[in-house]
Structure formats: C-alpha cells, structure tokens
Design a binder for this molecule. Sequence first.
Ligand code: ADP
Ligand code: MG
Length: 306
Amino acid sequence: MPSEFDIIARFFSRPARHAVRGVGDDAALLAPAPGMELAVSTDLLLEGRHFAPGAGPRALGHKALAVNLSDMAAAGATPRWATLAIALPAADEAWLAAFAEGFYALADRFDVDLVGGDTTRGPLTLCVAILGEVPAGQALRRDGARAGDDVWVSGALGGAAYALHDPRDAAAAKRLHEPEPRIALGERLRGLASAAIDVSDGFAQDLGHILQRSAAGASVEYARLPKHAIADAALERRCVLSGGDDYELLFTAPQSARDEVEKLARPLGLPLARVGVIREAAAGLAVLDAQGMPLPLERGFDHFAA
Ligand code: ADP
Ligand code: MG
C-alpha cells in the first residue's frame, strides 16, 4: 500500500508551469501579473452528499475541479492555480490514477497548475481551492443588476437534474458528471455584464441571489429559457427552474450591450439566450408561462433546508 508521500509523489506532483514554486514545499509561491487581482474560491465535494458512493473516479477528478472553475467563470476570472485537499478511505492506486487523470485533463485544458494540497485517510472528501486572475476592478459580481437590464443564460438548463431521473440519457449524464465550466464566456463578459452567477443550485434560486444582492426583481419568460430536452412537461419545469449542477452562466447586461452579447455566441460556440428583464425590487421574481401567468417556484438546493 503506498504511503501518503508516495500518493502525493505519484499522483499529484506534476510540475507547475506558471507557479514560482509548486507541490513539495510548505507553501506554494504564486506571482499574479501586475495590475491583476486574485480571485479565490473553494468548493467541497462529499461522498453521499454531492456524489453517489462508487462514482467513477475519472469523472470525479473532472467535477471536483470543474465546479471550482465555474466559480472563476462567474467572476470573469482566468483560472491559474488550484490546490486539492483529499480524504481517501484507502490508497487505491487504480482509483487514484483515474481520479488524477480526470483532474489533470481538465486542468491542462485551462492551463491551471495544481500547486499544493493535503492528503489524509478518511471518508471520501474532495476539497479544491482555485485561484485566478482578473484585471483590477473588472471582476463580475452578483450585485450589479439594474432595472431594465436583460437577463441571459448560456447553454441549456435542466440536463444535470434530469440525469437523476433517466440514467439512459447520456447527454444528461455528461452534464451531471462532467460539467463544462464557461470560462471563455466569463472572460468575455468583463465590462459587458452588470451581474453574473453560475447556476449550481437551480435557475430560480441562483437568479434570486443576483436579485437579492442587487436589490432588484425580475420577470422571466419560461418559454425563452434554454432547456435540455425532457419529454415530461412537469418534470421539465422542475429540472429547468430548480435543478442544480448545470454550471451555466446566468448574467445580466444593459440593453445597450445586447448586440455585443449576442455576437459572443458564435465565436464561443455557446448559445446565449435572452430570457427576461430586471425590474424594481418590489416586483420580486416572476417566471411567466405562455399566457403571462406566474409559475409556482420551488426552492432550489439548500443543504440545510428541512
Ligand atoms: P505539510 O505537512 O507541510 O502540510 P504535506 O506533507 O501535507 O505538507 O504535503 C507535502 C507537499 O505535497 C505540500 O507541498 C503539499 O501542498 C503537497 N500536497 C499534499 N497533498 C496534495 C494533493 N492531494 N494534491 C496536491 N498537492 C498535495
Ligand atoms: Mg499537510
């Protein structure tokens, strides 16, 4: 059985490309470029809560990093460095090799260095911290939405939640297990979007976070929401409005930026749908059906909800 230090050396010690010092010291050393701010975020994945026991290790390696990259996308930051704290029930080498492969494959695509972490025995737990760079003052945030702004969503919603209902839908399973962080979109939205968030807990709840932080309301047309194909209409509504884990970007932008936002879709190869409008806070959040009637909104995901 490999020791803790064998595990680090064999699976988590690839050389860093743009860190002053990476894995192997007590602290990594990073040098953000002049004029850049550091964007920092962390996400914890717990077996039995965020993923099913026995989940495939390669997809887990991907997802542990992807959910963190998605936070960089929502901040309009360029991801640069990550750390990985991992608790493992056993030193299973085949598991570790596949996990590391999934993690590094995604890290390589976005030129992110794994620069440190911690490795311990315990119930399977994955905690990634991500650091990125963003030009000073240009990070996207949740509190900038203003009445009259358009509401936009990238890609399609509901696929990840639907995967739990139909295990035969391979596209939905991919959305759930191997989400694609919208990094390039986040970078292009600097200076264009007034507010942004990634859809991790469900469209209605995540839009609610923007509205709360921006002291605003919104009305959204359900028909305009980009949807994963789901045959059952009631299930579709639940997956699209309250399903989590899609990791699309939900953002607002002034109407004057409409053409520029529309023009991003083609070079990014990513559909961008204009789904509604920001209103005064008193209007609250309304998602309207084809007759203009508000749909009932379920709460999205909350770890502490009864
Ligand atoms: P310390 O005891 O000083 O915390 P460790 O012995 O835990 O250091 O780790 C040794 C080195 O390996 C450190 O640079 C640490 O950041 C890195 N490291 C440990 N676990 C991981 C991991 N899972 N992924 C990446 N780097 C790791
Ligand atoms: Mg340590």
